[in-house]
Design a protein around this ligand. Sequence first.
Ligand code: GFB
Length: 315
Amino acid sequence: MDKQAKIYVAGHRGLVGAAIIKALQKAGYVNILTAGHEELDLINQEAVANFFDREKPEYVFLAAAKVGGILANSLYPADFIYQNLMIEANVIQQAYLKGVRKLLFLGSSCIYPKLAEQPIKEDALLTGILESTNEAYAIAKICGIKLCQAYNQQHKTKYISVMPTNLYGPNDNFDLESSHVLPALIRKLHEGKEHKAKQVTVWGTGNPVREFLYVDDLADACLYLMENYEQSKIVNIGTGIGITIHELAKKIRDVVGFEGNIIFDTTKPDGTPVKINDVAYLACLGWRASTDLDMGLRQTYQWYCENYPSSNKGR
Ligand code: GFB
């Protein structure tokens, strides 16, 4: 990509989009295009068409999505499937019609079968049933992959799809109902410390295994692939390292300095038992994650303390 190229980052206020903007700026890209929700509703086909007509982006990072943790996914499947399908279809179709040179679509490791062999290779896609708590979201993301591949096949476009593992970092959602586990535990344990609570409750059994990637690493990988990769084959992005939710909770307890106990609410769902990306293909392409979980947790906790007004009291 030319450093002057016009690059549209869809979803620039979210965890991923904000990190991609930072990575682009750091790499010297100077013509970055964004549009907030009030300016452009990506679910509206006509609005997206007008936006692409007017702005004529040359490259697109499709990081806009309706996302959430296990509870939000289970409670609002219609929102997750509808909004994600519309965003993907609108942006990819307009990218094609307006001659975007290259597009990067962000999927998710939850597109793989619930009981896929671990670590999960890219070719596990569509080989088994999905995890029920996020089936609607996963189906929408699989459609995004298939859109990219179909346009590449029929229209000779260069749309690439990446499958990040569970992400975390600055700009994450710390709302306890809709967030993912890592930001939820930072907030719960931090508030537990503030209120000198005897215990903090973690959902599920604590036994599920997840892999966590710091979002700046993800952004770096996305930029690397945008610059160096142009095949239809999907690419996993992760660390390849898993940790149980219980171990994660203990690590966050240490970072935050909470002195009480961790207890488990087993009425809440565990979701997929194990989810770890096989990152061999990405390594072959020349990229590896560089932020380890301890470092990433410290940085994320610092960001949380600086950005959530009530959280400063506890430091
Ligand atoms: O991060 P999380 O919501 O997403 O949950 P998934 C991971 C695990 O952490 C589950 C447990 O076993 C949860 O039960 N957990 C423990 C908690 N305490 C909490 C808590 O306070 N909040 C949350 N949220 N979880 C999501 C998908 O699955 O992963 C999405 O639903 C997406 O579609 C995303 O793919 C990456 O890893 O289970």
